[in-house]
Design a binder for this molecule. Structure first.
Ligand SMILES: NC(=O)c1ccc[n+]([C@@H]2O[C@H](COP(=O)([O-])OP(=O)(O)OC[C@H]3O[C@@H](n4cnc5c(N)ncnc54)[C@H](OP(=O)(O)O)[C@@H]3O)[C@@H](O)[C@H]2O)c1
Length: 208
């Protein structure tokens, strides 16, 4: 599986470090070549670096580690999205992280799918804080990653990716389950940053 990580912020850099550490074939795509080169250099030059368009072209699975508000416009400028798996991690929240920008009758994931109709969007990782991407930050914990998609093969690949990173990859149903997962991500932010739990909070579904 060739994986592109788009963005070098908290989530993007976290994914790149963990994936490279586990031997994955990773290419970093970023608008800032300097930030991407610095991240690659930190990792001994192992991940390749490209602009966003070239990174997307080179990969099968693309982690969109970008703010929700810029994803559609970023995808609009890209060619060759057909057949690609786009992983939407986003929590579509206001700048103060207090409110969702959309929901109930749609979701960020569905809006991204509409913006890239030839690709297959998979929702995952939106309930995992960046601070929990390093495996040493979650030792002794089994954290669930909820994976929602309409295409079973694409969902399976993202579940495989989540398992490679040491997460419990839970099948959360079709892409429209994002209408439920995104408010859960919002609640997690609320626990983490406004109710005093801190950024190691994570939701977990249990059954007997
Ligand atoms: N942080 C978390 O704990 C967390 C948890 C779950 C889900 N998420 C979701 O993950 C996504 C990324 O969050 P983050 O915390 O990693 O954000 P971040 O640290 O602010 O990083 C955002 C990245 O997006 C890039 N970017 C911003 N605007 C862009 C544009 N117009 N074109 C191209 N690149 C652009 C930034 O590039 P520059 O460096 O050049 O500005 C940066 O690399 C968001 O959708 C968020 O909701 C975050």
């Amino acid at each position: 599986m060739k994986i592109a990580v788009i963005g070098t912020g908290h989530m993007g850099a976290g994914f790149v470090r963990e994936l490279v550490g586990r031997g994955a074939d990773v290419i970093i795509g970023a608008r800032s070549a300097a930030k991407a080169e610095a991240l690659a250099a930190e990792l001994g030059g192992k991940p390749r670096v490209a602009d966003i368009a070239a990174a997307v072209q080179a990969a099968d699975v693309i982690l969109l580690a970008l703010p929700y508000g810029v994803i559609a416009e970023t995808l609009a400028g890209l060619k060759g999205l057909a057949g690609k798996v786009l992983v939407d991690l986003s929590n579509p929240v206001t700048a103060d992280f207090q409110e969702l920008l959309l929901g109930t009758d749609t979701s960020a994931a569905e809006a991204i799918q509409a913006a890239a109709p030839g690709a297959t969007v998979v929702k995952a990782f939106n309930t995992i804080f960046a601070q929990l991407l390093p495996s040493e930050a979650r030792k002794d914990r089994s954290l669930q990653v909820f994976v929602a998609a309409d295409d079973a093969a694409a969902k399976g690949r993202v579940q495989e990716l989540a398992r490679l990173l040491g997460f419990d990859a839970v099948d959360a149903g079709p892409l429209r389950s994002s209408r439920f997962l995104e408010p859960v991500g919002g609640m997690n932010i609320h626990f983490g940053y406004f109710l005093g739990w801190g950024p190691t909070a994570a939701p977990r579904w249990e059954r007997t």
